[in-house]
Design a protein around this ligand. Structure first.
Ligand code: C2E
Ligand code: CA
Ligand code: CA
Length: 534
């Protein structure tokens, strides 16, 4: 019947265009029939309705209005017409979002601010307490930022901060948080790192180094080329009890000052032990690279024997003759080699050295049937070229592939089981045998075991060790043997150290044995001497 001037301003319709129509002309199509039905039901009952409605302007744009509809009644109490009052609240919605942004984000860089960071850190602590995985906080302060600001002006300073924020975000994964605390202080929150402290520290250091490298590239600001570095303090966190969010932030801050003190453009950990561990790891990585080019590795052989003690072959175990530290055991460097990818050249070397040994034994009656078991790590096995590497080693040395056995651990099966099975099948077709190492310690389901082309299970030494003292372990060993046999697999026990353990294993039908009782892993000449005696 009537509209006012404000109606025309909000909707774009002149009175002439709408008088005589129903309010339907404003409908946005964004509400369903139930919405309007409920509205009319309320008006019918109480004579009024109030709420937010999406309508559409004449120009097609949808807008949000706060609408109040009131029924007008005559003296007889009969509804004669309705009055609707509306307020366009589209812009106030936008304003409240902006307020939210201002509360949680830094307006200059759009990064989360201190408040949101602390909130996320709190969540990260809770998650880490549940998952047992470390998180880390990196506190970054740009070196000499104040000088830049003072000499070239705040505008240039702001530009630099914006570019830094883009680079920082590119250094981390999606799940991580990059925040700006203010000034030239940034904080990076890393989540879901390793459950081992030293590994988590190494992962943190890798990101820290990546950030440093990213900052080291020159920044172009207007016509200026600017070079920047940053000092980074890092701290790890694990569970909620350990420290509150403010305390963790403080630790990273303190570590950052230590980094600055040590001459800037550095990374320092809050925890001195962590700092030492990270440095030791970096040194070892460096040395490990040299070890590969300088051929500092050698193989030891540990005999694998049958029921009667006859040597059937050996497991080859790598040793590193370090120029200063002497003999280094694989437990000290295999993890690092895995993390850094150095396991690939190392593993390839082991594989070739084992094949070369099989070739050397090929033509002697006492050695020509000896088998060699080679440990293959997950990363190595997952290489696309792995089958080809094995095939070409076998061809190159002209050996009988059935003498080569690969020892895999259950952890290999975690990712992409189908891919693993097809790689195993390809190798199996060449004639290679597979053993499942450390059996019983990992995640092994019968379902998987049945699917894998294995020839042997290797009972982990922890079960063998406790045979004499723990009846649960005795039951477990017995079960593994029975189960393996019913799946058509042979069983080897590793870590056999005593006659008592051997007797128990023998009684229960274990097929093969390996352990100090027979021999420690020994260099080639000693192994050949053992063969002679055997
Ligand atoms: P693993 O494959 O489980 O190897 C068996 C480990 O148990 C060897 O330690 C061996 O010396 C030790 N051992 C053997 N018999 C006994 C025993 O009767 N009692 C006790 N207490 N220990 C025994 P090692 O040589 O230090 O190797 C440790 C691990 O390093 C191996 O565990 C394997 O996972 C890894 N490794 C060794 N060589 C290689 C390699 O060439 N490539 C890869 N990827 N990993 C390797
Ligand atoms: Ca092994
Ligand atoms: Ca083992």
């Amino acid at each position: 019947m009537r509209v006012n001037k404000a109606f025309t301003e909000i909707t774009g319709y002149s009175p002439e265009e709408v008088i005589g129509s129903t309010p339907k002309v404003l409908s946005s199509g964004l509400h369903d029939k139930q919405f309007y039905d409920a509205m009319w039901e309320t008006i019918g009952k109480s004579g009024t309705w109030e709420g937010e409605v999406w309508n559409r302007r004449k120009n097609g744009e949808a807008y949000l209005e706060r609408l109040i509809i009131t029924a007008v009644k005559n003296d007889a109490g009969k509804v004669t017409n309705y009055v609707a009052t509306m307020t366009d609240i589209t812009s106030s919605k936008e304003a409240s979002e902006e307020i939210h942004n201002l509360a949680f984000y830094d307006p200059l860089t759009q990064l989360p601010n201190r408040r949101l960071l602390l909130d996320r850190l709190k969540q990260a602590l809770a998650v880490s307490a549940r998952s047992g995985r470390y998180g880390a906080l990196l506190f970054l302060d740009l070196d000499h930022f104040k000088t830049l600001n003072d000499t070239l002006g705040h505008d240039i300073g702001d530009q630099l901060l914006k570019q830094v924020s883009v680079r920082l975000s590119a250094c981390v994964r999606k799940v991580d948080t990059v925040a700006r605390l203010g000034g030239d202080e940034f904080v990076v929150l890393l989540e879901n790192l390793s459950s081992k402290a030293v590994e988590a520290a190494a992962q943190t250091e890798i990101i820290g180094t990546k950030i440093q490298a990213s900052l080291a590239r020159p920044f172009t600001i207007g016509s200026h080329q600017h070079h920047s570095t940053g000092s980074i303090g890092a701290t790890l966190f694990l569970n909620e009890e350990q420290a509150g969010v403010e305390a963790i932030l403080k630790q990273a801050d303190i570590a950052m000052y230590q980094a600055k003190d040590s001459g800037r453009n550095a990374i320092r950990f809050f925890d001195q032990d962590m700092q030492d561990a990270v440095i030791a790891r970096a040194n070892m990585e460096h040395e490990l690279r040299a070890a590969i080019t300088q051929m500092q590795f050698k193989l030891n052989f540990q005999p694998q024997v049958d029921y009667e003690g006859a040597i059937l072959g050996a497991e080859v175990l790598i040793r590193w003759s370090h120029p200063q530290h002497g003999m280094v055991l694989p437990g000290e460097f295999i993890d690092l080699a895995e993390d850094t990818g150095l396991i690939l050249p190392i593993g390839k070397w082991v594989l070739n050295a084992a094949c070369a040994q099989l070739k050397a034994w090929r033509d002697h009656p006492y050695t020509k049937n000896l088998t060699l078991s080679v440990n293959v790590s997950a990363k190595q096995f997952r290489q696309a070229s792995f089958v080809e590497q094995v095939q070409s080693a076998i061809n190159h040395f002209g050996i009988n592939p059935s003498l080569l056995k690969l020892e895999l651990t259950e952890s290999i099966l975690f990712k992409d089981i189908n891919g693993m099975i097809s790689t195993m099948n390809a190798l199996r077709n060449i004639g290679i045998g597979f053993e499942l190492d450390d059996f019983g310690t990992g995640y092994s389901s019968l379902q998987y075991l049945k699917m894998l082309p294995l020839s042997q299970l290797k009972i982990d030494q922890s079960f063998v060790r406790d045979i004499a003292i723990d009846s649960n372990d005795r039951t477990l060993v017995l079960t593994i043997i029975t189960m393996a046999h019913s799946l058509g697999l042979e069983v080897i026990a590793e870590g056999v150290e005593t006659q008592q353990q051997l007797e128990f294993l023998k009684e229960n039908g274990c097929d093969h044995y390996q352990g100090y009782l027979f021999s420690k892993p020994v260099p080639l000449d000693e192994f050949e001497a053992l063969l002679q005696k055997n």
